[in-house]
Ligand binder design. Structure first.
Ligand code: MGD
Ligand code: MGD
Ligand code: SF4
Ligand code: MO
Length: 602
């Protein structure tokens, strides 16, 4: 008999790979090639980096190692002694059982967070047009003729999508010549933060060529003539100059999407700005003009809401504070679970001050990081190979049971953590762990040995928009952008005039192949174009109005000359970023910032 066990990768990634391993071979493992979303391979994070990462094994109170019993007692005491408590959960593990701690927070009248560090602005923009953000199933991506990769770093962040886009017309819109851009038929290397304008201009040209899908528009998006008028309010020449492109480039993109089954694969990159919702709404509006909804091989694929369609036993009604600007110091006890806010949130100076103002800061996680270093109580967690769970996906429709592969001699699971606190407070009503897991799985549909999300529709929006499919598509009719006209933007532009060598740069912070956000390998570099005049390996100080940090220069021809690229696993990157929320969707705006660069004397 084989000892093979299936599980799923719990890391925060589009792919949610199904994994095959067994107790004897662990940590050797492979992807399940028979799974519709997999190709048999796992990425380097699972083949290598996760297993090399040093775990926290011993609980600590104020720096002193203690037993798990003592540490958990201290956690219970912290919650008992405070009237204001907060749970700040990161996305270190995407298993649904992470949310079980909500049930305790509800009982102690505590606070959770709202909004997102990640995809909230784009999600809000999608809802403005479609009413509901449904995930485009993988088989529709496979049937497309043209793929437009728009601000998504596919080979790094979503590599299992590669087989689905093979052999198709490929257009990439990205300020960096990424690996996927190098493979593209056409790469539009645009100025960052200008995607709204690209979408509006493309839509305008489609109308001008009379290339819109009239029949579909009449039925599903009858306000399209107003949208045409709206696009005409945008001046072509001035805007193309502003966004760093020209008519020839726009024509190239149109060539690939005109009359073709087209899928836009839109990533987080386009919406890390206050205007992120408008961008997704504009891209969706372009897709509507082309009639790309509800048809085979067509659509807009973005990060979906994986919990849609499920009745969520952990969805509690409690007070919430925005995640990206959490006022930690208003709380006496703060539990940080599965996250590293001291590094991952914007404006690290602010966040650190806030965290230092918390009386009882509890860190519940796997690895030492900037947040564990500040914590009063440190509780080691179990990783996703060491406990049972269910994995949903924001990139595809499949759901996976996560099975325990090995027994860990240290750490505590989120379920046991919650159970301890229920017992310590004398609360009743917590169900068995397996009951919750089954509750999620029972809601899934099953097909060919795979669980599928109950919200999955083979052709989303085929009947129409909104929750029930009886609404029309709503076009974008407004764009509000304060940043470009603000003093802080102009101030940086002035600096660039006076000091040609120290221009201002857009700070881009995409993901790294060696890390999952701040988990695993950390970096210390800033990527710059050689024309900036800096030298490989030299140390430079990056400054913004929010803070500063030093990085080592790495030169690359692939980067737009006015961009500084610091991947989000890089120590110190968020000293530079602003603690502001997107206009819609309560999202962090990591890229709403320009930085100056100064050589350090070394
Ligand atoms: N500058 C910049 N910053 C960014 C971004 C950006 O684009 N630019 N992107 C943002 C995005 S998209 C995201 S999603 C956030 C992510 O930010 P966070 O949610 O803070 O995620 P990480 O920093 O990776 O920290 C995850 C932690 O979870 C812990 N962990 C892992 N598995 C488990 C488990 O099973 N149980 C428990 N209890 N703990 C576990 C690990 O110890 C790890 O330290 O970062 C954001 N930060
Ligand atoms: N290996 C690995 N995989 C991951 C993660 C990881 O940390 N490591 N993180 C996971 C998480 S939490 C998330 S949210 C996803 C995100 O994954 P993606 O959606 O791929 O997001 P990013 O890597 O942040 O950036 C995507 C691309 O946007 C480009 N970009 C930046 N600014 C702009 C802009 O203004 N316009 C346009 N058109 N492009 C722009 C960047 O150059 C980059 O190539 O990845 C997940 N997968
Ligand atoms: S991180 Fe993503 S690509 Fe890598 S194994 Fe996990 S789900 Fe698959
Ligand atoms: Mo994310």
């Amino acid at each position: 008999m084989s000892d093979t066990i299936h599980t799923a990768c719990g890391l925060d990634c589009y792919d949610a790979c199904r994994i095959i391993t067994d107790k004897a071979a662990y940590p050797k493992m492979k992807g399940d090639a028979s799974h519709p979303a997999g190709n048999g391979a796992l990425c380097a994070l699972l083949n290598k980096y996760m297993h090399e990462a040093q775990r926290i094994e011993k609980p600590r109170i104020k720096g002193k190692e203690v037993s798990m019993e003592e540490a958990m007692e201290a956690v219970a005491d912290a919650f008992k002694s405070s009237s204001y408590s907060l749970l700040w959960r990161g996305s270190g593990n995407l298993g649904v059982m992470q949310d079980i701690t909500n049930l305790f927070i509800e009982r102690v009248n505590g606070t959770l967070t709202s909004g997102s560090l990640c995809d909230g602005a784009g999600d809000a923009g999608i809802k403005m047009g479609r009413g509901i953000n449904r995930t485009l199933p993988l088989e529709q991506i496979e049937k497309a003729e043209t793929i437009v990769v728009w601000g998504r770093n596919i080979t790094v962040t979503n590599s299992h999508l590669m087989p689905f886009i093979e052999g198709k017309n490929l257009v990439v819109i990205d300020p960096i010549k990424t690996a996927i851009a190098k493979k593209a038929d056409f790469h539009m290397q645009i100025e960052p933060r200008m995607d709204y304008y690209i979408a509006i201009m493309l839509a305008r040209f489609v109308f001008m060529e009379d290339g819109q899908d009239d029949a579909w528009l009449e039925e599903f998006a009858p306000e399209f003539e107003d949208f045409y008028d709206y696009t005409r309010e945008h001046r072509i020449k001035a805007i193309l100059e502003h966004i760093g492109t020209d008519l020839g480039e726009m024509g190239r993109v149109l060539e690939y999407i005109r009359g073709k089954k087209t899928v836009f694969l839109v990533g987080a990159g386009v919406q890390k700005y206050t205007t992120g919702s408008y961008t997704l709404h504009a891209i969706d509006s372009l897709a509507a003009v082309l009639g790309l909804f509800g048809k085979e091989g067509c659509g807009v694929h973005y990060l979906g809401n994986s919990r849609m369609g499920f009745e969520d036993p952990f969805d509690v009604k409690v007070k919430r504070v925005p995640k990206a600007t959490t006022p930690f110091s208003q709380f006496e006890t703060v539990l940080v679970q599965g996250g590293n806010p001291a590094a991952s949130m914007p404006d690290s100076n602010r966040v650190r001050k806030e965290l230092e103002g918390v009386e009882n800061l509890i860190y519940f996680g796997l690895y030492e990081n900037e947040t564990s270093a500040l914590a009063d109580i440190v509780i080691p967690a179990k990783n996703f190979f060491e406990k049972e769970d269910v994995r949903l996906s924001y990139g595809h429709q499949y759901v996976e049971k996560m099975n325990k592969i090995i027994e860990s001699p240290f750490g505590i699971s989120e379920y046991d953590f919650t159970k301890y606190l229920f017992d310590a407070f004398g609360f009743s009503g917590l169900k068995e762990e397996q009951e919750y897991i089954q509750l999620w799985l029972d809601q899934c549909e099953q097909e060919d040995g795979c669980f599928r999300s109950p919200a999955c529709e083979s052709l989303p929006y085929e009947e129409g928009f909104g929750e029930d499919g009886d609404d029309e598509f709503e076009f974008i009719d407004d764009y509000d952008d304060d940043f470009i006209n603000t003093k802080r933007f102009r101030k940086y532009r002035k600096v660039s005039k006076n000091k040609p060598k120290d221009e201002t740069f857009w700070l881009l912070s995409p993901k790294s192949a060696k890390s999952l956000n701040t988990q695993f390998v950390r970096d210390d570099r800033v990527g710059l174009h050689p024309d900036t005049g800096y030298e490989e390996g030299e140390t430079v100080l990056l400054s913004s109005e929010h803070g500063e940090h030093t990085f080592r220069v790495h030169l690359s021809e692939d980067i737009r000359p006015n961009c500084a690229v610091v991947t989000n696993n890089t120590v110190g990157v968020n000293y530079l970023t602003p603690a502001i929320l997107s206009d819609e969707g309560e999202n962090a705006c990591y890229q709403e910032v320009k930085v100056t660069i100064r050589k350090m004397e070394n």
